[in-house]
Design a protein around this ligand. Structure first.
Ligand code: URA
Length: 193
């Protein structure tokens, strides 16, 4: 049932006609993946070039990191459902580079994300990075101030975590992120088994 509703939603996203001003690619070409029944959602930022090419979230470099971190938490892709806050790829330099989504894009994709979350009705949302945290969790604090600390938002537990791409630019975060994912695995075991 959830799969059918999600399929219908992604077809609508493909026809998205938002008027956001920036350069973008591939609205709705990334079909979010994982198991929609587990109650655990991983919320990223926006797809990058590899994701648009292959049609799945987190299949590029950040995805390789993510899979490693999930293993530290005792999880695989099939134990969670992986989605993005923004449904197109924000680009710059004529599509040659990714850029951070701007507020207007985050706001305008909020309707898709809200529908997606209504279908998934997760118990836990793991918010990966500042965009996800701002959109769903804490509009004021940054990930660096609250990573790994569960928050309760409208009855859903939101766990802010560093984005798995953060370590590509800040090697010194590797141990912090690894420790957060180990703790996440223990927290999930305590809370849900
Ligand atoms: N980063 C994200 O936030 N999402 C993806 O799908 C890929 C990279």
């Amino acid at each position: 049932m959830k799969k059918a509703l999600l399929h219908h939603l992604y077809q609508q996203v493909r026809r998205c006609n938002c008027q956001c001003p920036g350069e973008r690619q591939g609205a709705g070409t990334v079909v979010d993946t994982g198991n929609p029944e587990t109650g655990i959602v991983l919320l990223g930022e926006a797809p990058g070039g590899e994701e648009i090419k292959l049609g799945e979230p987190f299949v590029g470099r950040a995805g390789v990191n993510l899979e490693g971190y999930l293993r530290l938490a005792g999880l695989q892709r099939g134990d969670v459902f992986i989605i993005n806050s923004v449904k197109c790829r924000p680009v710059k330099n004529g599509g040659r580079a990714n850029r951070r989504p701007v507020s207007c894009e985050i706001r305008s994709c909020a309707r898709w994300l809200d529908e997606e979350l209504a279908i998934l009705s997760p118990r836990v949302i793991i918010a990966l990075g500042d965009v996800a945290l701002k959109r769903f969790g804490d509009p004021v604090r940054r990930i660096g101030e609250c990573h790994g600390e569960p928050l309760l938002v409208d009855g859903v537990t939101v766990i802010p975590m560093y984005h798995p791409a953060a370590v590509i630019y800040r090697r010194q975060l590797a141990e912090v992120i690894a420790a957060d994912f180990i703790n996440l695995g223990q927290w999930l075991k305590r809370s849900f088994s």
